[in-house]
Ligand binder design. Structure first.
Ligand SMILES: Nc1ncnc2c1ncn2[C@@H]1O[C@H](COP(=O)(O)OP(=O)(O)OP(=O)(O)O)[C@@H](O)[C@H]1O
Ligand SMILES: [Mg+2]
Length: 157
């Protein structure tokens, strides 16, 4: 586990960018934390870190449920908050997208155990103040370990 204090939104975006550099197609990143903790903001940093133009807005997939981007890898961003059940999850088509090699970011992924089991990394964000957050990165398996060590290396340099 890697725990970091993020003093500003810029710190959150910078952490997400360094994490993005280590991502590979098929990686699923779970984002946890209450409303407004910064899950979408973190994803925005990662999407831009994956080479999507800064001019491309990265917003909450609240209504569309799934947003897609094309960076150095194909990217999908889903929010399961409003998903009712596994049938709706299946209809989103994330399995097919993962087969195609997307990097997938999921907010509220804990809701569905099948999906939760596919996370290579959980990013847990906690609100400390208006502008500060605490991040805990929890790796799952070898991919998660590799991402965490890449982030550690970047933080040191
Ligand atoms: N250090 C920080 N990191 C991330 N966001 C921050 C930080 N400081 C302030 N913020 C603000 O907190 C808000 C986070 O909103 P965001 O939509 O990213 O949260 P979320 O976790 O996705 O919420 P939701 O559960 O509604 O989807 C934004 O308005 C952002 O500007
Ligand atoms: Mg969000």
């Amino acid at each position: 586990m890697l725990e970091l204090e993020l003093e500003t939104e810029g710190d959150t975006l910078a952490l997400a960018r360094s994490l993005a550099a280590a991502l590979e197609g098929g990686d699923v990143i779970g984002l946890e934390g209450g409303l407004g903790a910064g899950k979408t903001t973190f994803t925005r940093g990662a999407v831009h870190g994956l080479g999507v133009s800064e001019d491309t807005a990265v917003t909450s997939p609240t209504f569309a449920l799934l947003h897609q981007y094309e960076g150095r890898l194909p990217i999908a961003h889903a929010d399961f908050y409003r998903l009712a059940d596994e049938v709706e999850l299946e209809e989103l088509g994330v399995d097919e997208l993962l087969d195609e090699g997307v990097v997938l970011f999921v907010e509220w992924g804990r809701k569905f155990p099948g999906m939760a089991g596919r996370m290579v990394l959980w990013v847990e964000l906690e609100i400390v103040s208006d502008v500060a957050r605490r991040a805990r990165l929890h790796p799952r398996g070898v991919r998660g370990d590799a991402i965490i060590s890449a982030v550690r290396t970047r933080l040191r340099s």
